[in-house]
Design a protein around this ligand. Structure first.
Ligand SMILES: NC(=O)C1=CN([C@@H]2O[C@H](COP(=O)(O)OP(=O)(O)OC[C@H]3O[C@@H](n4cnc5c(N)ncnc54)[C@H](O)[C@@H]3O)[C@@H](O)[C@H]2O)C=CC1
Ligand SMILES: CC(C)CC(=O)C(=O)O
Ligand SMILES: [Mg+2]
Length: 359
């Protein structure tokens, strides 16, 4: 069956890195028999420019019809003054919500070739392979009420609401336990239950779900400590499950353990395996259009799409092996460059991965 893949480049470095992902997918089609057709649609600032909406109706329609979704990144200073409903970031949140992509897998893996690019010493971080599972359709980014208004005494105030229902917590907890069962069977649930009622409920529900997974060692940790422990001794973690905003922040921190935020892919899944795949980073306006962006997080996101949504494990492994080979050859974009390696631009890196694909 032909896989329908929708690519949504978005803004900033989005189009540059998605160009490399498209090059990769086309190579898999032409040289390795991947049966797939690609379509392209605007989202984020590009959606606003094209259709006046950060998630145009036509993009959402195509997304619903596709088997796999690939996204670059959204946002940029050009759009920062827009009202919330029109902002690029709103388009991203909207597609996640509309497609019920509640389960966001963010693997943080240190490639051995990048040991010297990590923010931590090799003896602390060597062999790092953790999975951060972030709840993606609840919490502060979606809770209502939200806004900025003026109190009766004339003082302006801004507010958001962190809200989670029991079923929302339960389904992400189950995802966390299921993932842990396929790994080292250790799950750390991260919350702020010493201060937040929403976290107290989170902890209660996670404990309840744990009864169905007696083989998984469950622990709990407050998010402030978790941030510190990630930097102090990251290998103590196997799977981390946490709410939307905590996961957003912790995964950016974890990225630096792997050398760069340009190395971390992600999968955002619904309950049936449909997924949106994207690097965890943003649109990086500071380096956009200069060939400086690392495309590897996006290419590794393609691998995740092949594995999780398209059932193409061999193709996924092929992509990951090619990334490993290119790193073996010493090619580095500036964000992961260290002494003795070859500094290359976005396109050269993408072409090298394609050239390194093999049986
Ligand atoms: N999923 C998405 O589409 C996301 C969008 N954003 C949006 O992106 C815009 C910029 O946000 P920032 O806070 O600056 O975060 P960012 O992740 O875009 O950039 C943070 C830093 O990492 C660098 N960086 C990011 N990706 C890189 C790559 N592939 N290769 C090399 N260096 C890379 C950037 O140059 C920058 O110095 C904002 O409009 C923000 O709302 C932010 C995070 C996620
Ligand atoms: C629009 C933001 C929620 C995007 C982001 O920072 C992320 O998903 O990591
Ligand atoms: Mg983020």
């Amino acid at each position: 069956m032909t896989h329908k893949i929708l690519v949504m480049p978005g803004d900033g470095i989005g189009p540059e890195i998605v160009t490399e992902a498209t090059r990769l997918l086309n190579a898999l089609r032409e040289r390795f028999g991947l049966d797939a057709e690609l379509e392209k649609a605007p989202i984020g600032g590009a959606g606003y420019d094209a259709a006046g909406e950060p998630l145009p109706e036509q993009t959402l329609k195509l997304a619903r019809e596709a088997d796999g979704l690939l996204l670059g990144a959204v946002g940029g200073p050009r759009y920062d003054e827009l009202p919330w409903e029109k902002r690029p970031e709103r388009g991203l949140l909207a597609i996640r919500a509309q497609l019920e992509l509640f389960s966001n897998l963010r693997p943080a893996i240190l490639y051995p070739q990048l040991a010297s690019a990590s923010a931590l010493k090799p003896e602390i971080v060597g062999g790092l392979d953790i999975m951060i599972l972030r709840e993606l359709t609840g919490g502060a980014y979606f809770g209502k009420p939200r806004g900025i208004d003026t109190r009766e005494d004339g003082v302006r105030q801004g507010y958001n609401t962190i809200i989670y229902s029991e079923p929302e917590i339960e389904r992400i907890a189950r995802s966390g336990f299921d993932i842990a069962m396929k790994r080292d069977r250790r799950l750390c649930s991260v919350d702020k239950a010493n201060v937040l009622e929403v976290s107290q409920l989170w902890r209660e529900v996670v404990e309840r779900v744990a009864k169905d997974y007696p083989d998984v060692a469950l622990s709990h940790m407050y998010v402030d400590n978790a941030a510190m422990q990630l930097v102090r001794a990251p290998k103590q973690f196997d799977v981390i499950v946490t709410e939307n905003m905590f996961g957003d922040i912790l995964s950016d921190a974890a990225a630096m353990l792997t050398g760069s935020i340009g190395m971390l892919p992600s999968a955002s899944l619904d309950a049936h395996g449909k997924g949106l795949y994207e690097p965890i980073h943003g649109s990086a306006p500071d380096i956009a259009g200069q060939g400086l962006a690392n495309p590897l997080a996006t290419l590794l996101s393609v691998a995740m799409m092949l594995r999780y949504s398209l059932n193409e494990e061999a193709q996924a492994a092929r992509v990951e092996a090619a990334v490993g080979r290119v790193l073996d050859d010493g090619l580095r974009t500036p964000d992961i460059w260290t002494q003795g390696c070859d500094k290359v631009d976005t396109q050269t890196m993408g072409q090298a991965v394609v050239a390194a694909l093999s049986d």
